[in-house]
Design a protein around this ligand. Sequence first.
Ligand code: 13P
Length: 267
Amino acid sequence: MARRRVAICDLIGRTVVRRNLVAGNWKMNGSRAMAAAWCADVAGNIGPAGAGEVAVCPPHILIAAVVGALAGSSVRVGAQDVDVNDNGAFTGQTSARLIADSGCRYVIVGHSERRAGYGESDQLVARKAGAALAFGLRPIICVGETRAQREAGDTEAVVGRQLAALLAGIVPEAWPEVVIAYEPVWAIGTGLTAAPDQAQQVHRFIRQRLAARDARIAAQCRILYGGSMKPDNAAQLIDQPDIDGGLVGGASLDAGDFLAICAAAGS
Ligand code: 13P
């Protein structure tokens, strides 16, 4: 389906257009052979950059191959994590400088798997986003509640706290480059998707929180949904007024499914 572009007016009356973004997060999956086949399929079928944007975030070790294979297509490449340091003696880490130098445009920051599995705090996530922005990368910053937090009625408190750290740590001028991804942890890799109105409710809350700081930031910021997004539920989710695309895990590994989700987003 063709997806409308969202146009709204900011406080001084200018029209702000948010382009949908569909980003694939391969997580720690794939191989050189898989990446070559996937890129050939997606680059061959994606069409020119239209109303929406498309990006793919492979593991670091595959980034160079994916950047090369997608050269000349409209598909952007991103990394899945970034170190806060610029360079130096940090064995095993990857800086924003290196990620940008490798041809990436995006980097995922603060994914729940990193917050839970590697102890990333809200403040560290904000610093990582700042490091990415300093090198011209667009951070896709993940927020979201666990099942226990939702059942306790704490969704807005948790997401609000995560956002507060970002609003405190990222300077206002940098916000036009920031993408937020609302990823309810209970919907990630489980096949359980937030219902479109349930997701929209949290997306609206996020935009209101941004607006409380600065209406222009709220109008410009793209807020993606992530959590078991598939070809058969993508259109309904992305059609919600405050959902500006998707961060897609499992379904992004299959080029056909990923292309179908991009089509649902008009990307
Ligand atoms: P799934 O689409 O596999 O649920 O993963 C979502 C996600 O974590 C994307 O970052």
